[in-house]
Design a protein. Structure first.
Ligand code: SAM
Length: 286
């Protein structure tokens, strides 16, 4: 019958004791519901032998649950004011380690090799600061870290976009980028009432299972992503128009038509109808 951090009473006690004031600019909305935290951890697929990496521990609500359910937790926190608080709230959990660093500047790969065993099953789990959700996730994905999954609480609309399939209104370059690296699923939607203070937006839990191999063969990854961006530059425009416009310095309209023909993709379609494989074929045909 432990008194977990993630209850409204205990959280308010801690915040009052340290006269902590929330910084909106750091996306500080703390979770005060143990059930939600347990659901997130179950969804991440963490087991007793797993390693866990957290981004933004706050006062330690999720960190504590990760410590209970995994072998070891490292957590990146940028706000110095939270360090003495975490020292106290996590005193009973020697398997936790706080790293005082901006996650966007951190060398996570190096941290993994120094804090975890080789071949340990590692999961990234976080209630992310919403103002930098996309930069954080794209950084973690591009670095091709040796982790099994990334499970994050983020703004619901962003979760829906990242997991969207072709021919839906949410499908865009972000969906293709995220799904190139992962299998993406929205695991649940979460009410505002489980946070202090309550955020202005709706939240959802996104589970990204890291792919062992890319889902498509591309000759040049950077160019593949350029093509995806170009095809979605103006959603209502056809592929032919978006590509001609993007490459107007380097290709004639007729050349764009030839490339589309060779790739066997109808130039009057829109980006939102293309599968990952079709984007790959198109990029490889250039
Ligand atoms: N994990 C806690 C919880 O669920 O109650 C807090 C989550 S809160 C939404 C986001 C946390 O990320 C805050 O503690 C904030 O200070 C921290 N943070 C914001 N920007 C950060 C950055 N660039 N690097 C690391 N932590 C950051």
């Amino acid at each position: 019958n432990k008194k977990y951090i993630a209850t409204p009473t205990r959280t308010k006690e801690i915040l009052n004791k340290y006269t902590f004031s929330f910084k909106k600019s750091l996306g500080q909305n703390f979770l005060v519901d143990v059930n939600i935290l347990e659901n997130i951890i179950a969804c991440a697929g963490i087991s007793k032998n797993s390693g866990a990496i957290e981004i933004g521990p706050g006062i330690g609500a999720l960190t504590e649950q990760l410590a209970v359910h995994s072998e070891k937790v490292i957590a990146y926190e940028v706000d110095q004011r939270l360090l003495p608080i975490l020292d106290e709230t996590l005193v009973g959990y020697p398997n936790t380690q706080i790293i005082h660093q901006d996650i966007l500047k951190a060398d996570v790969k190096a941290a993994i090799s120094s804090h975890f065993q080789p071949d340990q099953d590692i999961h990234i789990v976080a209630n992310l600061p919403y103002y930098i959700t996309t930069p954080i996730l794209m950084k973690l994905l591009r670095e091709k870290l040796p982790v099994s999954s990334i499970t994050v609480m983020i703004q619901k609309e962003v979760a829906d976009r990242m997991a969207a399939k072709p021919n839906t209104k949410n499908y865009g370059s972000l969906s293709v980028a995220v799904q190139y690296y992962t299998n993406a699923k929205v695991a649940m939607h979460v009410p505002k009432t489980v946070f202090i203070p309550q955020p202005n937006v709706d939240s959802g839990v996104l589970k990204l299972t890291i792919r062992k191999e890319p889902p498509v063969q591309v000759a040049d990854e950077a160019f593949f992503f350029t093509i995806v961006q170009a095809c979605f530059a103006q959603r209502r425009k056809t592929l032919r128009n978006n590509l001609s416009n993007y490459f107007k310095e380097s290709y004639h309209k007729e050349q764009i038509n030839e490339i589309l023909e060779k790739a066997q993709i109808d130039g009057s379609r829109r980006g939102e109808s293309l599968s990952m494989q079709e984007f790959a074929t198109l990029a490889n045909t250039f």
